[in-house]
Design a protein around this ligand. Structure first.
Ligand SMILES: CC(C)(COP(=O)(O)OP(=O)(O)OC[C@H]1O[C@@H](n2cnc3c(N)ncnc32)[C@H](O)[C@@H]1OP(=O)(O)O)[C@@H](O)C(=O)NCCC(=O)NCCS
Length: 215
């Protein structure tokens, strides 16, 4: 099992999710239905469970097998959202994916880029992972800003890649490998040294994502 650390930068903390987060987490999820629904992973086999305690237990059990790092994002000590590192693979791929959300009242203070930077640096520097990936729906301009700020490198369009809000949705994928950022993602961002064009999406992929698939 990977240790899930508590990490801080300024007003933002990421810490392991706990069962006693169930009630405030459920409140935040319910208060933000309209804000989150369009971007939420759904179950292709049927209705979603809204049992927050069961979801936390599932995340914790996944963490015990070393496959995930489930974090709560806090802003000024208040539960603001979640960041999950999932699909951790060791050995010759040594990679993982990151997903995240914050409640609308916490938007725009840089909570998510800070949380992603902290988690990514931990995965590279402490877990020894080599590649970290973030996949985003083409319509999600706010989330595309997060990868642009941190300089995640655009890798390509994946058609109908993840089941979101009731259907298979296209995603733009971004990644970093450890040797691209020897100083760390957070340090590079704070120092203003993020390359401005890393997350640029070619027009051809934007156009392709607007066309139905399969044609
Ligand atoms: C995408 C998301 C995680 C970004 O988190 P965040 O902590 O607000 O990130 P930032 O503070 O860096 O803001 C990112 C962008 O959101 C937009 N934004 C900022 N404040 C906002 C607000 N109050 N309302 C709406 N959008 C806002 C801005 O475009 C901002 O980019 P900018 O700083 O260049 O202006 C958050 O908007 C969210 O949880 N959205 C719903 C769930 C979701 O999309 N999850 C990601 C799935 S891939």
């Amino acid at each position: 099992m990977a240790i899930i650390p508590t990490l801080r930068e300024g007003r933002i903390t990421i810490r392991p999710i706990r069962l006693r987060d169930a009630r405030p987490l459920e409140r935040e999820l319910l208060d933000n239905r309209g804000w989150l629904r369009q971007w939420e992973a759904t179950n292709p086999r049927g209705p979603m469970s809204f049992d927050t305690r069961a979801s936390i237990r599932a995340l914790q059990s996944n963490a015990r097998t070393g496959q995930g790092l489930p974090f709560i994002i806090e802003v000024d000590g208040e539960l603001a959202g979640q960041l999950n590192v999932s699909g951790i693979a060791y050995g010759s791929t040594s990679s993982a994916s990151t997903g995240y959300w914050v409640g609308e009242r916490f938007a725009g203070v840089g909570a998510t880029p800070t949380a992603v930077a902290l988690a990514t640096d931990y995965c590279f520097q402490q877990l020894g992972l080599h590649r970290m990936e973030i996949c985003i729906r083409p319509e999600n301009d706010k989330s595309l800003r997060v990868v642009a700020k941190l300089g995640f490198r655009y890798e390509g369009l994946r058609r109908r890649f993840i089941h979101i809000n009731g259907d298979w949705r296209d995603h733009f994928c971004f990644a970093l490998v450890a040797e691209e950022i020897p100083t760390g993602v957070l340090r590079r961002w704070l120092d203003g040294k993020v390359p401005t064009d890393a997350a640029l999406i070619p027009d051809g992929d934007r156009d392709a994502a607007e066309r139905p698939f399969p044609a």
